[in-house]
Design a protein. Sequence first.
Length: 225
Amino acid sequence: MTASYDIPVVIDRREGPYGEVVLRRHGALLQIISNGCFLMDTSDGRSERLLVDAAYGALDGRAEPSVLIGGLGVGFSLAHAASDPRWGRITVVEREPAVIDWHLGGPLAALSAEALADPRTEIVAADLLAYVNEICDTYDALCLDIDNGPAWTVTEGNGSLYSKAGIASCARALRPGGVLAVWSAQPSPEFEGTLRNAGFKWVRTEEIPVARGVPDVVHLAVRPG
């Protein structure tokens, strides 16, 4: 008898505003592929949960803080934030229409349907950098899970979010004392310097153990009061 192996099966393939995005199933997992590069799957969610929890933990105890989540992805960050009654308004900015569709009644709805039904939740279809450039002193926490983090971006244009100008825009979007939390596939001392140069205080990095290779990390920084 010939051994069988799980072969990825494409569920949906779209040409989005920033290139090709694909949702595929590999065994029990759903995977998002951007321009041929693997971005994320439904295997764990530990990093996304830590991203949200670390942001809340770095706040100053204010009641019902608002949070802006950059990137919907497979929905782990949104689902975790919505499961915590301590958060107030929860806004998710996602620039890929296909990703939003996959959550709104699509294959990823099982992960996010309850969170999307929460009255605190709002989904905004927009580029994150363009969105934060239009707001000021609006959110208590900003959680970024865009691309592979500041050290290595797959999609052209995402690097501008992590530039000095992009991080300065993120700082302006936060209320005084607000927290910026940034997920990254690897530590980036250079990005810590960018955060400090943008005026953030109490910059630190928390590691997230992974099965192989260097740990994922969450970069944390606080806008001065």
